[in-house]
Design a protein around this ligand. Structure first.
Ligand code: APR
Length: 280
């Protein structure tokens, strides 16, 4: 490629090639990996974007460091900051974006092998991605339990406590431990489903990475598990991880919703995508 090809033309041409791969039926096992960047357009801040990221806005909670809000040891002593945040992030107040809808459309067309998400907002489920095609690597707000005796805590009572921004206590007599949503905190194990599906990316014939800084392992290691020669497409504001280091990598830098709409246009799926998105 001549060096002075403007990057957008390069990615446009490559995006056309990715669309052709899908149209030719040569990409039927698509593995998607997502992070908070696909939910910012839904109104949910991501973690590390300067100014708007959650970690830049937690200063008011005078935490020892921003990530403490998701650290299990800190939570045991101070559950308040997490529950203040939970009140803002709790599912039910946000709708899926066009990027979430695109993943649901891939599933509808039988092309989604698996979605690995780091997000805890359940917007993939809301968009219609089948539960058996989603690995919520960092858990989600969907369920909660006592951090001591692990007894599940009722959803309706949880919703009430979260609305009031207060930490519920385990109802099992003699326990009284703190209740926490099944979100993976720093220092906790990822769900078993993540580990048992860790080899899925090497079965992919196309990998889409969307809206993630690829800074938190083991999730951040997933894109490297794609086989050499399998195209890996990054939809992100900026380059991240090892994306762009392989000959078949495609970098679609910028807002993920715009990149996804461009891909949908190249596929001839735009009307179907917008209709599916309006219907969620
Ligand atoms: N379009 C494209 N990219 C975007 C958009 C957007 N509209 N908005 C944000 N981004 C990009 C940011 O530039 C950044 O590269 O998405 C990425 C978001 O990165 P993070 O905020 O670090 O979020 P994420 O990668 O999901 O964080 C991983 O860190 O705090 C832990 O467990 C938490 O799951 C989280 C993990």
């Amino acid at each position: 490629v001549d060096p002075d090809t403007p990057p957008d033309t390069l990615s446009d041409r490559s995006l056309r090639a990715v669309a052709q791969l899908i149209k030719d039926g040569a990409a039927k096992q698509i593995v998607v990996m997502t992070g908070a960047g696909i939910s910012t357009a839904a109104g949910i801040p991501d973690f590390r974007s300067p100014k708007t990221g959650l970690y830049h806005n937690l200063a008011r909670l005078n935490l020892p460091h921003p990530e403490a809000v998701f650290e299990i040891d800190f939570f045991r002593d101070n559950p308040e900051p997490f529950y203040l945040l939970a009140k803002e992030l709790y599912p039910g107040n946000f709708s899926p974006t066009i990027s979430h809808a695109f993943i649901a459309l891939l599933a509808k067309k039988g092309l989604l092998r698996m979605l690995f998400t780091q997000n805890i907002d359940c917007l993939e489920r809301a968009a219609g991605v089948p539960a058996d095609r989603i690995i919520e690597a960092h858990g989600s707000f969907a369920t909660q339990r006592c951090i001591d005796c692990k007894t599940p805590f009722p959803d309706d009572q949880m919703r009430e406590h979260v609305k009031r921004g207060e930490a519920p206590r385990c109802a099992r007599d003699g326990c009284g431990g703190l209740v926490k949503p099944d979100i993976v905190f720093f220092g906790e194990q990822l769900p078993e489903a993540f580990h048992s599906n860790i080899s899925v990316p090497c079965a992919a014939d196309l990998v889409l990475v969307m809206g993630t800084s690829l800074l938190v392992h083991p999730f951040a290691g997933l894109p490297r598990r794609a086989r050499e020669g399998v195209p890996r497409v990054l939809f992100n504001l900026e380059r991240v991880g090892d994306m762009g280091t392989r000959a078949d990598d495609v970098l679609v830098l910028g807002d993920c919703d715009s990149g996804i709409r461009k891909l949908a246009d190249e596929l001839g799926w735009r009307d179907e995508l917008e209709a599916l998105w309006r219907g969620v």
